[in-house]
Design a protein around this ligand. Structure first.
Ligand code: GTP
Ligand code: MG
Length: 453
């Protein structure tokens, strides 16, 4: 059961980092003085929101504080999440919306392009759309095979040429194939490249311009940014944007990052919408972006009104989750444990009943179990350590055993009388067999009572 959204969960590290710094300024007191505003701006910059976004958020909050006559820091912080959310650029073109489109994915090496293309292919195929993938990463070893794996997982077609061929030709083929089958969505994976390499960026420009000329569907270029790269992600996005005039951003690896604020820095700086968020390596770990959800996950709550209710709810959810898990665990373990014990005990009882020779062992055959003989209280105190008996009620146990031992004695006495009348078997052997059977029964009862209760 998911109590936190995957996005909120993925932003945990970023949120905790902000919380630590925010608590420092709140510890100084709730006054709305210069120290508070400067401290707040610093917290936002350190949270990777970027200088511009941090300044704009603080100015906006100062306006609200004046306009609404907010009394203190807590009242201001009630507006922090919404103010941050308002800074994100909206996706006016609805790039990943229902309209048919051809989308190129670009970015530095390892940012998550191929994985993102695969996840999107799955999501759109599941939504009933016809999707075609193009593997325009003809440079990296195994890049084509990697996308092929995703195309199979998503159950969509893929176009490729051999490694080393012209990526623009692959794009051409893919668009042609997409048109032939009436695809709603053409997703093209490109080779990762350093944003600082002029040659590689020029090559990419060529690819994008071929696609723009050839495609009859609207063409969008989307950069994939790894959230763990923080401010370097902003530099990457700037360079790619200069070269390609980007349309949108997908931020990946949010799950492993403490620099979630970078999404706002990029959106704000480049005036680009965030389209999706990568929250893991699985097929379903690509989430829609919602500015308010994101801001709440990134910052948490400090304001007077929001915080208490929300944190209480979180604590309750967490507690309920733990209780459910413990109950499930206990149920499973108990069932298995009981089954095992019952089976073991039944086997022991059966074995004991089937194998009377076991009773011929000297201590069983010759002695009627001294530890079960009734003992005087003073003897008991001297000879037994109560710890040896764990949770068994010692007195009851001894009374029971005494009764059983008495019964066993009587039974064997009767049998030996019978045996004396008959000369078929030697006296000692007959006595020993009778005792042995009684012993087995006594053991059986004892084991059954001990394990099963
Ligand atoms: N934790 C996590 N890992 C991710 C996410 N997205 C991608 N990855 C992992 O990041 C690694 C690189 O992903 P790729 O999709 O190969 O990246 P790429 O941009 O295509 O890489 P190149 O083609 O070499 O440029 C893989 O191990 C992915 O499983 C994400 O959202 N979260
Ligand atoms: Mg790749």
């Amino acid at each position: 059961m998911a109590f936190f959204s995957k996005i909120k969960e993925s932003l945990t590290r970023s949120r905790e980092k902000i919380k630590e710094q925010m608590n420092v300024i709140l510890d100084r007191g709730p006054a709305l003085d210069d120290d508070f505003w400067e401290g707040l701006e610093e917290v936002l910059i350190l949270a990777d929101l970027g200088g511009q976004a941090a300044m704009d958020v603080v100015e906006d909050l100062q306006d609200k504080a004046t306009r609404l006559a907010l009394p203190d820091a807590y009242a201001v912080l009630d507006y922090l999440n919404d103010t941050i959310a308002e800074q994100f650029v909206e996706d006016d073109k609805d790039i990943l919306g229902p309209a048919p489109a051809c989308i190129l994915f670009v970015g530095v090496n390892g940012s998550g392009k191929t994985t993102t293309v695969g996840k999107l292919a799955k999501e759109n195929h599941d939504a009933g759309r016809t999707v075609v993938l193009g593997s325009a990463d003809t440079f990296r070893a195994a890049a084509i095979e990697q996308l092929e794996v995703w195309s199979k997982r998503a159950d969509v077609e893929m176009c490729a040429r051999e490694r080393g061929s012209d990526p623009a030709s692959v794009c051409y083929d893919t668009i042609e194939r997409g048109e032939a089958i009436g695809a709603d969505l053409i997703l093209i994976d490109t080779a990762g490249r350093l944003h600082t390499s002029t040659d590689l960026m020029r090559e990419l420009q060529k690819v994008v311009s071929v696609v723009r000329k050839r495609s009859t569907l609207p063409v969008y270029t989307v950069i994939v940014i790894d959230a763990t790269t923080g401010q370097n992600g902003l530099s990457q996005a700037r360079e790619f944007n200069k070269a390609l005039d980007l349309d949108g951003v997908i931020v990946t690896k949010l799950d492993g990052s403490a620099k979630g604020g970078i999404a706002l820095a990029i959106s704000k700086d480049l005036e680009l919408p965030i389209l999706k968020l990568g929250t893991g390596e699985g097929l379903d770990d690509l989430k829609d972006f919602d500015a308010h959800e994101y801001a709440a996950g990134l910052v948490g709550d400090y304001g007077r009104t929001a915080s208490e209710g929300d944190e209480d709810a979180e604590a309750e959810d967490f507690e309920a989750e733990q209780t459910d898990e413990l109950e499930d665990f206990a149920e499973e373990e108990e069932v298995d444990f009981e089954d095992e014990i019952s089976e073991d005990v039944e086997e022991l009882i059966e074995e004991a009943a089937e194998e009377p020779e076991a009773a011929e062992e000297p201590e069983v055959a010759e002695e009627p179990e001294p530890e079960f003989e009734p003992a005087a209280d003073e003897d008991f105190d001297e000879d037994y350590d109560e710890d040896d008996f764990y949770e068994i009620d010692v007195e009851d146990e001894f009374e029971d055993e005494a009764e059983e031992a008495d019964e066993a004695d009587e039974a064997s006495a009767e049998e030996s009388e019978d045996d004396e009348e008959s000369d078929d078997e030697p006296e000692s052997e007959g006595e020993s067999d009778g005792e042995a059977e009684e012993e087995q029964e006594t053991w059986g009862k004892k084991l059954k009572r001990f394990f099963i209760g």
